[in-house]
Write a protein that binds this ligand. Structure first.
Ligand code: SF4
Length: 565
């Protein structure tokens, strides 16, 4: 069922008022791919009355007042991505199109949506607490560099004047918050939340304050490291950060969900459709990819430095059970109009399915060691057979014509899987690729890769050799395409020249997709971009800030003489 979005739906359920009203910067897609819908269904499943207001007008009470006031709290999210990332390109141009807005025109999500919606609520509805959640709030919860204003900003909790942040994947924290508020209990010890306080709780770390971070890059780097390293549910402690005479308090993260909990969440009663109240304004492009896709895991231990997934979902991968996934595919394939094509069976990194480190599960992720960089850790039992069996089962289900994998694949893990790696790759090439497979080396120069936290070029070449050999054996004319990044911290024009020549001479390709690095909030790469320092040893590094020169780096690959021919 849909979460009520209109007074009529509330009436049909016999609800005079709501406990929680969710306000989102994306339209209301009722799907497990929409965090707002997950939180809404999850709270309803536990007995709370929830309503949904998507992309409200911010110049009137018309939308925000539609469902009345909640009895417990407002839950505000900017949407699936940070609103500034959604609204602007890496070269800071406004994006005209939006896949999460009916009709596809980007005219419904305000910049800094968490702040805009909190102001909107406070203007018309004073009184009830405002709880921020989602990517924008989570990654801006500490002092952070904001690319769009080119400065350090305070915690979004202060800038928005909201009351609480539920950070990361927030099913548990939202549920506990709702239960505590309903029962009139003190909620300040709930894991996975941030709030403001005049004092630091016992046992919490104190990070350099906003004022210290503004004054010195060394302080900002120290604060970031404390923030980054206290993100594991087993080992993390609470962290406080001064802002003026008050403190942002971050409790330790929520527990990692179990496989059973994940099954329960992803099998909730989603409509897998856009709510009719919003669909009347036009088709929503994101539905094309979401509709026939299945999430099979959460978390990522890839820790690419430019990516915030590990901060958002954690470094611990939890995989859903095969039975639960199969049930979801059955539901999808039995829907009227299903075309036989499953678009994705994945997650942040699809081939982490079923693969996790026993030591991490016992004692938490290592603080000073990475699971995949510079090469896969020996403690990680990389074995693709469970994922392969799952894909096989889905492929052979009645009504399924093809199962594709749109999610990222870590090719270094395939190379590292001595027993099943080749088998798995053969399986992908035979059944799950349609002409091309996209992989993400991002660069090929070791000088740049180490700042990205990505594996070296030899692994890429080894993977390409295997891919080409297997496709030859299968008699298939399939090829690799590559995601590449220009102007990442540490990247000079000479590195782009080298990348361009490597692509031509070794990868035998003329890349058409090169992205300019976007310094999104709270990634390691963004820290290096702002401070122009290597985050590990604080040595100075190149970080291209000029838009013109960033474009030049990109054009070196796109407009190479070979490309122009
Ligand atoms: S032992 Fe290795 S795989 Fe396990 S958490 Fe540490 S770095 Fe990751």
């Amino acid at each position: 069922m849909f979460i009520p979005a209109t007074p009529k739906e509330m009436k049909e359920l016999g609800w005079d008022s709501l406990d929680i009203i969710i306000v989102s910067g994306d339209t209301y897609i009722d799907s497990s791919y929409n965090g707002a819908a997950i939180i809404g269904h999850w709270l309803m499943k536990h007995g709370f009355k929830v309503g949904m207001i998507a992309q409200p007008r911010i110049d009137s009470d018309e939308d925000i007042g539609r469902l009345g006031e909640p009895d417990l709290f407002w839950s505000v999210t900017a949407g699936c991505v940070d609103s500034m990332v959604a609204n602007y390109t890496p070269t800071n141009k406004f994006r005209k199109d939006d896949d999460f807005t009916p009709g596809g025109v980007n005219d419904r999500r305000p910049d800094r949506a968490c702040i805009a919606y909190t102001n909107l609520i406070k203007k018309y509805h004073k009184g009830k607490p405002i709880v921020l959640g989602g990517v924008e709030a989570s990654l801006r919860r500490f002092v952070h560099y904001d690319f769009w204003s080119d400065k350090l900003r305070r915690s979004i909790l202060l800038d928005s004047k909201a009351d609480i942040i539920t950070y990361g994947m927030a099913e548990l924290s939202n549920l506990r918050l709702a239960q505590h508020m309903r029962n009139g209990l003190d909620w300040r010890d709930i894991r996975g939340i941030c709030y403001m306080s005049n004092e630091i709780p016992d046992g919490f770390f104190e990070a350099p304050s906003y004022e210290d971070c503004i004054a010195s890059n060394d302080s900002f780097i120290r604060a970031f490291k404390l923030f980054y390293r206290n993100n594991d549910p087993i080992t993390a402690k609470g962290v406080a950060q001064g802002h003026g005479n008050r403190f942002l308090i971050q409790n330790s993260p929520s527990e990692t969900l179990s496989s059973e909990q994940l099954d329960e969440i992803y099998e909730m009663d989603f409509e897998n459709a856009v709510h009719p109240f919003y669909l009347k304004d036009g088709q929503v492009k994101a539905m094309e990819t979401i509709r026939n896709s299945v999430t099979i895991l959460r978390g990522c231990y890839g820790e690419c430095n430019f990516c915030a997934i590990a901060l958002m979902q954690g470094r611990t991968v939890t995989s859903r059970s095969e039975d639960s996934i199969i049930r979801e595919v059955k539901r999808i394939s039995s829907k009227k109009g299903f075309n036989g094509y499953i678009n994705d069976v994945g997650g942040p990194t699809a081939n982490m399915y079923g693969i996790e480190c026993p030591k991490k599960l016992r004692s938490g992720a290592c603080q000073n060691k990475r699971c995949l960089y510079p090469s896969p850790c020996k403690e990680l039992p990389i074995d693709h057979s469970r994922y392969e069996v799952l894909l096989d089962k889905i492929r052979k289900m009645p009504g399924i014509k093809k199962v594709s994998i749109a999610s990222g694949i870590r090719y270094d893990m395939i190379v590292a899987d001595k027993v099943h790696g080749d088998d798995f790759l053969r399986h992908l090439c035979e059944h799950h690729i349609s002409g091309q497979m996209k992989i993400a080396p991002e660069h090929v120069c070791d000088d740049v890769l180490r700042y990205m936290g990505k594996p070296g070029r030899n692994i890429l070449l080894e993977f390409k050799r295997r891919f080409d050999r297997i496709n030859d054996e299968l008699g298939k004319d399939q090829f690799l395409t590559y995601y590449l990044i220009a102007a990442h911290p540490g990247c000079h024009e000479r590195h782009m020249e080298e990348l361009s020549s490597f692509c031509r001479n070794y990868l035998k390709t003329n890349p058409e997709q090169v992205q300019i690095f976007t310094p999104t909030p709270s990634t390691i790469s963004t820290l290096m971009y702002h401070t122009r320092r290597n985050w590990e040893n604080t040595n100075n590094i190149k970080a291209e800030h000029s838009m013109q020169m960033k474009q030049k780096q990109k054009d070196i690959v796109l407009n190479s003489p070979h490309q122009r021919r």
